[in-house]
Structures are given as structure tokens and as C-alpha cells.
Design a protein around this ligand. Structure first.
Ligand code: MN
Length: 258
């Protein structure tokens, strides 16, 4: 059974305000009417100043809002650790702050399958894709504040891959609605072609592929006819932003220059 059919059925049997994890990596969230706003934030990539300038505008209300981070908190920008610590602070405010994994968090986890934080940095896919600053910040943290390092590490290893919420699906990069979760678990963090291949139901919200990929003049979240919304607005690009959308009201906030 495909992922959409399977979890649409599971959602139908849910009651109350529980968050259910029917299998590791999959979250089924309460219905949309339980929240005033459904907020999603796209790729961040270590851009701490931009994240702060976005967050200052959102006016997040822990008792009323559902907030979903779409992954890629680390790598490329100057302060990935600052981003992780701010996201952890925000997460403490409510159980309805969801932090999905991006492919960069996946690359980090794969790196540490073969390498140790206490040893010198080794070149691999992750470190060549912007992971160097992340590694060096984490290495310093491990030396100076081992408890804080463990808190961050625990966070990075416990990120779900996809969240279902009523008529919406949130994941980092894309999905194939006809395949099961296990058949596409990692691919969902890398896929770029959902704007061509996705059948359109439920509404799919992704990051990963900067809107600038579709044309250099794009800076705002991009909605395709097949109901896939691309929310990565090039966080680390010179003219890029980090974006937050309220899906219900179709309102967008973006980071200011910083
Ligand atoms: Mn990505």
C-alpha cells in the first residue's frame, strides 16, 4: 500500500490532540481545525541571523499554532549550532513543534557511522556539501560542553521524516504517494521532481529545492499546479531568504537581510 493511502486511513481513526508515530520516522498529527495557524519553515542551513530575523516576525503562539520545520538546519551558513539551539528552545514551548529531518542531517548521521567527533575532519559527501563548519562547531562543543553536545546529538538522531496533518503532508524534499514509507525513506529527503510527478492529493509541502532552481527571479515560496509547495527560498544564497508560511491563511514571512 502506498504511503498516502496507508496514513490517510490511520488518520481517520485518530481522536483528540495526540501525535501518533505509527512507525519510526512517520508522524500523524491532530486535525487542522485544532490549530489557529499551521506554520511551516523551510531550509535554514546555518543562517542564524536570518533565522532570528524571520522568527521575530512570526509571533508564534505555542497554545494555538502548529509549527513544522522542514529540515536542513545545518551546513553552508556560519552558525549551524546557533540555529540548532534556537530550534531546540522553540521546541520546548509546545509538543506541536515538529522538526523533520533534512538530507543534511541525514548526511551528518551517515558521517558519524564511520567517523568520530573527537578525530580530525575527514572529507566525504557531508563535509564537501557544507558540513565543515557544522563539524567544527560540534567538535568544539563536545570538548567544552559535553552535556550540551549530547543534547544536540540526541536531537539530530531523533528527527522524523514525514508528518501527516489532515489535508497536508510535510516532508523535506518530496515523495511518491504510491510507494510505502520504507521503500522511499531516504529518497524523500533528496527527491527534486515532485513538482512533475506528484499526483496532487493531499497538499504536499516541501523544502530542499530552492525556488531559485526554477528561475533566478523567484524569491517567494512556489506553488505548483499539482499542489506541491516549495518552501526553500535559498536561505544561504546572497539574495535568498528563510521563509515561513501559514498554510491556512496563505500568509508568508521572510527573513530580512542579515
Ligand atoms: Mn535539503
Amino acid at each position: 500500500m502506498g504511503i498516502v493511502e496507508e496514513y490517510t486511513r490511520k488518520m481517520a481513526s485518530l481522536t483528540g490532540r495526540d501525535i501518533v508515530e505509527p512507525e519510526p520516522g512517520v508522524l500523524v498529527l491532530p486535525e487542522v481545525q485544532d490549530f489557529r495557524r499551521i506554520l511551516a519553515i523551510g531550509d535554514i542551513h546555518g543562517e542564524y541571523e536570518r533565522l532570528c530575523s524571520l522568527w521575530a516576525q512570526v509571533d508564534y503562539k505555542p497554545d494555538e499554532d502548529l509549527l513544522i520545520f522542514l529540515g536542513d538546519y545545518i551546513d553552508r551558513g556560519a552558525d549551524p549550532l546557533g540555529c540548532l539551539q534556537l530550534i531546540l528552545e522553540i521546541r520546548r514551548l509546545s509538543p506541536y513543534v515538529i522538526t523533520l529531518s533534512g538530507n543534511h542531517e541525514l548526511m551528518l548521521r551517515e558521517y558519524f557511522q564511520n567517523h568520530d567527533i573527537a578525530e580530525p575532519l575527514v572529507g566525504d559527501d557531508w563535509t564537501f556539501n557544507g558540513g565543515k563548519t557544522t563539524f567544527l562547531q560540534l567538535q568544539k562543543l563536545q570538548e567544552e560542553e559535553p552535556d550540551e553536545f549530547r543534547r544536540i546529538r540526541t536531537f539530530l538522531y531523533a528527527l522524523p521524516y514525514v508528518a501527516f496533518c489532515g489535508p497536508y503532508i510535510f516532508t523535506h524534499a518530496g515523495l511518491d504517494e504510491n510507494r510505502s514509507f520504507v521503500e522511499q525513506r531516504e529518497e524523500m529527503l533528496w527527491k527534486r521532481d515532485a513538482f512533475q510527478t506528484y499526483a496532487g492529493n493531499p497538499f504536499l509541502i516541501v523544502g530542499h529545492t530552492p525556488v531559485q532552481y526554477f528561475g533566478s527571479s523567484y524569491h517567494e515560496p512556489l506553488l505548483f499546479k499539482n499542489r506541491v509547495l516549495y518552501l526553500d527560498t535559498g536561505s544561504y544564497l546572497p539574495d535568498g531568504h528563510i521563509s515561513c508560511i501559514d498554510i491556512k491563511a496563505n500568509k508568508v514571512w521572510q527573513s530580512r537581510e542579515g
